[in-house]
Write a protein that binds this ligand. Structure first.
Ligand SMILES: [Zn+2]
Ligand SMILES: [Zn+2]
Length: 177
């Protein structure tokens, strides 16, 4: 859906629609959209800027940073965004945009695509580090066992390098018996 400033000049545009999986291009391998992105939003023209307010919700599948298992995360995000026409901004001013102005974007030409707005908003809503549960025990760094499901044997048989020759001797001895 294209949000056109010519339409906004006449009246506000209200949007309520679903974007099924695959219709938004997230260009990210970190998560997978598994339910439609449902968006309710209002777009209007405010002082020559496009203001988009609303909310979105969806579900994404992510990988636990500790145990690497898949988990599903609910994504809910409210937004209140302003987009300035690209031409309005003098080049000099551009350098002074500080990080607290991240909710301010730009549009080129006659408007912007709602899909681009949603891709950005969903991506921003994805937590930086996902853990399947607060007490996830992760993977054993030695044998790779998922410690949530299985006890690994590394702790029961600590491989102290000093005992390795002894252990080998014992194995050889056992083999000869
Ligand atoms: Zn986990
Ligand atoms: Zn282990």
């Amino acid at each position: 859906m294209f949000i056109d400033i010519k339409d906004l000049a006449v009246r506000k545009v209200r949007v309520h629609r679903d974007y099924p999986s695959g219709t938004l291009d997230f260009q990210s391998a970190d998560f997978r959209q598994i339910e439609p992105v449902e968006v309710r939003a209002t777009a209007e023209l405010v002082d020559n800027q496009i203001r988009i307010t609303g909310s979105l919700q969806t579900k994404v599948e992510l990988v636990c940073a500790r145990c690497l298992e898949l988990l599903v995360e609910d994504i809910n995000r409210d937004f209140d965004l302003f987009y300035r026409p690209m031409t309005e901004l003098p080049g000099e001013q551009e350098a002074h945009l500080s990080s607290d102005e991240t909710e301010l974007g730009f549009f080129e030409g006659e408007g912007l695509f709602l899909a681009d707005v949603l891709v950005e908003q969903v991506s921003l809503a994805i937590p930086m580090k996902i853990i399947c549960r607060s007490d996830c025990r992760g993977l054993c760094p030695h044998c790779g066992a998922n410690l949530n499901h299985e006890g690994c044997r590394c702790h029961m048989h600590p491989t102290d390098p000093r005992f390795e020759p002894l252990a080998r001797l014992k194995q050889d001895w056992l083999k000869k018996q």
